[in-house]
Design a protein around this ligand. Structure first.
Ligand code: NAD
Length: 298
């Protein structure tokens, strides 16, 4: 099967990006959300994305206008998924909301429609039963700023049909993604399985007083040739997300080191509004963070 028609459920940060990326690659896209008011906000987001694609990818205005013309808006779920090959779910990261959504969707979607979740922290097996079609359900995980960070991690659960998996891999490539197939379920997929331990380790070295921010980043950059160190990366990810992840781990494990790290991030960054590149300051000041200066690596 080849995907020809796509619905994106949820038009927030990621849903809007997925819908626009898909429309730019010539697909007709249905966008479904809970109210007309939210969809009006999404239309403004699409205008901003059009400008971002023109600036970063050098698309012509005619191309982004054509993409905008391929998007249709729905608040009626049955109408949104009529004759659709692939539904990509990008609704809030809340298991109760997602389960209720899949149950509703299962009742109205065409039998052949493949469902894909963009969930960052949950596994597809958690929702497989609610979809009513576990064989045609898979995770398709994009990264924020999809047009620049064009990874698509594809991860089935034990009941996902191989043909479904392969169809979604092919679809990801067809919308300009680097398709990254996972052979088994893994919390955090590949990217976050690599990144979260690195960022945790850096925070722990800092909070324990082993070395300062610049020395830790410099070590990583000189030793591996990476353009950013872990604290530079944390500023891009955003300190709010970093704090939430550390705090959840602290509450779950009661590990004194994690509790100390969460408190450190809260008092030094969250409480002071230093949230990373988005607010102009985190571990570094922006624009022109210190780690980009040539002398930083000396
Ligand atoms: P968001 O809060 O920006 O957007 C969620 C959207 O879903 C909103 O427009 C909301 O109105 C809508 N919504 C709520 N309930 C709904 C329902 N029942 N049916 C349809 N729409 C509904 O969230 P987000 O950051 O875009 O995250 C969405 C998903 O994408 C999550 O699973 C998250 O883990 C994943 N994700 C997010 C990022 C990120 O950086 N934000 C990155 C990768 C994956």
């Amino acid at each position: 099967m080849t995907i020809q028609t796509v619905t994106v459920a949820g038009s927030g940060v990621l849903g809007a990006q997925i819908a626009f990326q898909t429309a730019v690659h010539q697909f007709q896209v249905h966008v479904y959300d809970i109210s007309d008011a939210v969809l009006e906000k999404a239309k403004a987001t699409f205008q901003q994305l059009a400008a971002d694609y023109q600036r970063d990818l050098h698309l012509e205005k005619a191309d982004t206008d054509a993409a905008l013309g391929r998007i249709r808006y729905f608040t009626d779920l049955a109408a949104a998924v009529k004759n659709i090959d692939l539904l990509i779910e990008a609704i809030p990261e809340n298991p109760a909301i997602k389960t209720a959504f899949y149950q509703q969707l299962a009742a109205v979607a065409d039998p052949h429609t493949i469902f894909a979740t963009n969930s960052s922290t949950m596994l597809p097996s958690q929702f497989a039963a609610a979809t009513g079609r576990p064989d045609r359900f898979v995770a398709l995980h994009f990264a924020n700023e999809i047009w620049k960070h064009n990874t698509a991690e594809i991860m089935g659960h034990p009941g996902t049909d191989k043909a479904t998996f392969d169809t979604v891999v092919a679809f990801a490539k067809s919308i300009g993604m680097v398709a990254l197939p996972l052979h088994k379920e893994q919390p955090g997929y590949i990217v976050n399985s690599l990144l979260v331990p690195l960022l945790d380790a850096a925070t722990s070295l800092l909070v324990k007083g082993v070395a300062d921010v610049e020395t830790i980043d410099k070590t990583w950059m000189v030793a591996t040739g990476a353009p950013l160190g872990p604290f530079g990366i944390l500023d891009v990810v955003g300190l709010t997300t970093a704090y939430n992840i550390t705090n959840m781990a602290a509450e779950k494990t009661k590990d004194p080191e994690k509790i100390k790290a969460a408190a450190y991030l809260k008092s030094n960054f969250i409480d002071k509004g230093k949230l990373g590149t988005a607010t102009g300051e985190g571990f570094y000041q922006y624009p022109n963070p210190a780690y980009q200066r040539p002398e930083f690596l000396q």
